[in-house]
Design a protein around this ligand. Structure first.
Ligand code: NAD
Length: 294
């Protein structure tokens, strides 16, 4: 494998691409935002002028885009990347999208003799920068083995979730839990502070007690409790509330498709929609804290 084309250099894609460069892969990169492309070119990547330009001579494509429509737009159709790639190429699609949409792209890839994995991630921007992401992979196990060294350059835990689309199912289950935990942490922080506790003291007590969870461990929503958390940087960076809302919507679709009862996920979706109506969609998802403070 000589050359990797990396498409989508946002909060997650940029640090992931950097880790591939650090691991010695030859990278050509593209994003609709020119600044991100230039940023990586300074680190040694080849700047491409379009996605099709990026895949010229590439054996592997990694993509990290916002949502289903961006992924389908990138790969499908006469001008899509699948039409531009050689048979035998490998596509690692890392965005969080609908399982249905992932299966559609899988089928189109198969028809052209291209191996594809849906490989959404968990671990946030910090995990992307540290190269410690968790990958949840759907597709053939033999394809995963071909791609393992690439995943290992960006992540620590590489899980084979199951067949085509299974990575996306695992991801929406995980993010539903994450959203519910973030909301539960935010409302408890607000209640404790309103009753006279110091935020940092309360946060540490809960972190070390039975209420402990990932948001208390790594991502406290109360400003100033964790120096490096988005909450302490005006809720900037991190994982946008509008992307969490998208994932909660995907979780509800999965629940609908299987007849599963997911009342916590449904409530979480409604609360995140409220945040979007308040104009906070571009802020980190821990901004849900502000629903509970005056
Ligand atoms: P982002 O919005 O910061 O980045 C997406 C990038 O894709 C942008 O730079 C955008 O310009 C680019 N883009 C969109 N369409 C494109 C196209 N057709 N061609 C080239 N570039 C295009 O989003 P992000 O936070 O990096 O998230 C990316 C994906 O990863 C999402 O599906 C998200 O749900 C998922 N995710 C995010 C996090 C996180 O903490 N931010 C964690 C896990 C998973």
């Amino acid at each position: 494998m000589n050359k990797i084309a990396f498409i989508g250099l946002g909060h997650m894609g940029l640090p992931m691409a950097r880790n591939l460069l650090k691991a010695g892969f030859n990278l050509s990169v593209f994003d609709l935002l020119q600044a991100a492309v230039e940023d990586l070119a300074k680190d040694g990547a080849q700047a491409a002028s379009s996605a099709v330009d990026a895949v010229q001579g590439a054996d592997v494509v990694v993509s990290m885009l916002p949502a289903s429509r961006h992924v389908e737009g990138l790969y499908l159709g006469d001008n899509g990347l699948l039409a531009a790639l050689k048979p035998g190429s490998l596509v690692l699609e890392c965005s969080t999208i609908a399982p249905e949409s992932a299966r559609k792209v899988h089928q189109a890839a198969q028809a052209r003799g291209i191996e594809l994995l849906d490989a959404p991630v968990s671990g946030g921007t910090a995990g992307a920068a540290a190269g410690t992401l968790t990958f949840m992979i759907g597709g053939a196990a033999s394809t995963l083995e071909k791609a393992r060294t690439i995943f290992e350059a960006m992540g620590k835990n590489i899980f084979h979730a199951g067949p085509d689309g299974a990575g996306q199912v695992a991801k929406v289950c995980n993010n539903q839990v994450l959203a519910v935990q973030m909301i539960a942490t935010a409302e408890a922080m607000a209640m404790g502070v309103a009753n006279g506790l110091e935020p940092a003291v309360l946060a540490e007590i809960m972190r070390q007690s039975s209420g402990g969870n990932w948001t208390l461990e790594k991502y406290n929503p109360w400003p100033g409790v964790m120096e490096n958390a988005p909450a302490s940087k005006g809720y900037s960076g991190g994982f946008m509330a509008e992307l969490m809302t998208k994932d909660l919507g995907l979780a509800q679709e999965a629940a609908q498709a299987s007849g599963s009862s997911t009342p916590m996920g449904a409530l979480a979706l409604q609360l995140y929609r409220l945040l979007l109506k308040q104009g906070k969609g571009k802020q980190d998802f821990s901004v849900v804290q502000q629903l509970f403070v005056e």
